[in-house]
Design a protein around this ligand. Structure first.
Ligand SMILES: C[S@@+](CC[C@H](N)C(=O)[O-])C[C@H]1O[C@@H](n2cnc3c(N)ncnc32)[C@H](O)[C@@H]1O
Length: 222
């Protein structure tokens, strides 16, 4: 926990869990390596007729955004995170990748009232809501709604519960282990997320089942 640049106490929590590194010594998370291509297979057709700014919240190591930037050249990609160590990794990975449509990372704590970006056409967030307090999920919907135009998309990826029910026993065990590590963490219920979305003018559309009992959810700004 720390005080954000905008004066609020942040919910930013650093999961230091790398045991693999690339040739530059930058961390590689095995889960991100596994899920980046299945997510890309959803994003590429979803965004085929769109263009503009693609803002990622909670980029972590940047493995997702680097992969997507290579596949969607009509977008300018902006990584972000709240954690200084991740921001350093992101900066170095963006520089090493040298993709023309991949910008330097922004420091953004999702719970900040205002994010330091004028606007975005797509906001993307993976694997954050379950390892941060519920306030981070609320902040994601509030912040996304503020930066997206009408018709803009918020795409979220991760494990979810639906109306109180887990989609698998392994997700239920994962939820219990998260809560035992930190009582403020846990697999989020899509009903709660829809409440936040309604408060901020976002509507849930597609719910796409992904490998390993995860989902991609597509939210549209009304
Ligand atoms: C499990 S990692 C996921 C990273 C990446 N999105 C992925 O799927 O590989 C969770 C990320 O959430 C970030 N995070 C946690 N709380 C946050 C907050 N309040 N604002 C922004 N990012 C946050 C952490 O710094 C970390 O990068």
């Amino acid at each position: 926990m720390g005080a954000g640049a905008h004066g609020r106490v942040t919910s930013c929590t650093l999961p230091t869990m790398s045991d693999a590194f690339d040739a530059l010594g930058l961390p590689i998370w095995p889960a991100a390596e596994r899920n980046k291509q299945p997510i890309a297979e959803v994003l590429v057709p979803l965004l085929a007729n769109r263009e503009g700014v693609f803002l990622e919240i909670a980029s972590g190591t940047g493995q997702h955004i680097v992969h997507f930037a290579g596949l969607l050249p009509r977008f300018t990609f902006v990584p972000s995170d709240c954690d200084p160590e991740h921001l350093d990794t992101l900066r170095r990975r963006v520089e090493a990748t040298a993709l023309p449509n991949l910008n330097a990372p922004l420091a953004i704590d999702v719970t900040w009232e205002s994010w330091p970006i004028a606007g975005a056409d797509v906001v993307y967030n993976a694997n954050m809501m379950h390892i941060a307090p519920l306030e981070a999920a609320r902040g994601l919907f509030r912040g996304a709604s503020r930066v997206l135009p009408s018709g803009g998309l918020l795409v979220t990826y991760g494990p979810y519960r639906f109306s109180g029910k887990h989609v698998s026993e392994s997700n239920e065990r994962f939820d219990a282990s998260l809560r035992s590590r930190n009582p403020d963490w846990g697999v989020r219920d899509v009903d709660d997320l829809e409440t936040f979305a309604r408060e901020h003018g976002l509507v849930l559309g597609d719910r796409i089942a992904m490998p390993a009992n995860n989902f991609t959810l597509v939210w549209t700004k009304a």
